[in-house]
Ligand binder design. Structure first.
Ligand SMILES: [Zn+2]
Length: 284
């Protein structure tokens, strides 16, 4: 091999080396660009997630600032529950048992500015609440999810009460009332109202509750009314009934209705009736 030939080969070798280096540089730059792009995308996604979760926190903080003494509280409590559920879904730590609870809305009739039927110092609204609070306790002990339309002496209006049932997709709505009649101090017994047009399960619910309450208390039956025009029953799309547990205008019955043990029996009867209804009409 002569000198010229050697020189040409050396030149070719250097060029080949330079080409190789250039290619390596291009590959390295491409890799760095890809890595940088991935890092930027990841940062943007995390930032937007963080902003979303901060916004969620702000909403639930606002909801938690309600006073427990107002009608709106009912809705706020409902909203809190929903937020809890949603938070559970986001964190994938949802409590399956909670989702599988049967929801009963208990509606103590009247309240606040509206005393309902009254006789001397006996207000219907107070007896309704007494029975409803006893029922709430029994239902919770039995594992039901209970939502009260009121749990103190306040007045949620009639459509508010229906909305509580609708918003909670109540599996049953039970309104508790006391009766009164003019020109009689002897009439006694219970009545229950439902509406067969609003939900086909309502008569079933009313019958189950009525049978159990009559059995528990020994009270007289004045019948099941299936074409009720009570707003809380008629405008409800959920299975709903309204029970009149006795006459405040009849002294002997009024005395019973004011008695704690008798109120407890009414509450036990309603609970047993609900148990029967849900056995016949399983929610899950
Ligand atoms: Zn009433």
């Amino acid at each position: 091999m002569d000198d010229r030939m050697r020189e040409r080969r050396a030149l070719e070798h250097r060029r080949a080396l330079q080409r190789k280096r250039r290619q390596q540089q291009i590959i390295r730059r491409t890799c760095l660009t890809v890595i940088a792009a991935v890092l930027v995308v990841t940062a943007v996604v995390s930032l937007s997630k963080m902003r979303r979760s901060q916004a969620g926190e702000a909403v639930s903080q606002n909801v938690n600032q309600g006073s427990p003494q107002t009608v709106d509280t009912t809705y706020k409590n409902v909203d809190n529950f929903k937020n809890d559920e949603e938070a559970g879904k986001v964190g994938e730590t949802s409590d399956e048992e909670e989702q599988e609870e049967i929801c009963v809305v208990v509606d103590p009739g009247h309240g606040g500015k509206d005393p309902g039927t009254l006789w001397k110092n006996t207000y219907e609204k107070d007896i309704n609440l007494d029975i409803a609070l006893k029922l709430e306790k029994l239902l919770k002990e039995a594992g039901y999810k209970v939502v009260m339309t009121r749990d103190d002496d306040t007045y949620p209006n009639l459509s508010d009460r229906v909305q509580v049932a609708e918003r909670n997709q109540a599996d049953a709505f039970v309104s508790i009332h006391q009766n009164a009649v003019e020109n009689s101090t002897t009439i006694s017994g219970m009545e229950i109202y439902c509406n067969e047009d609003s939900d086909s399960k309502s008569p079933d619910l009313a019958n189950a509750i009525f049978d159990s309450v009559l059995e528990k208390t020994g009270a007289k039956s004045l019948g099941v009314v299936t074409d009720s025009d009570f707003v809380v029953v008629e405008n409800n799309t959920r299975p709903a009934c309204l029970i009149e547990t006795g006459f405040l205008t009849t002294p002997s019955e009024r005395e019973k209705l004011l008695d704690d043990d008798y109120q407890e029996k009414i509450a036990e009867g309603i609970l047993e009736g609900l148990n029967v209804f849900f056995e016949k009409n399983p929610v899950f």
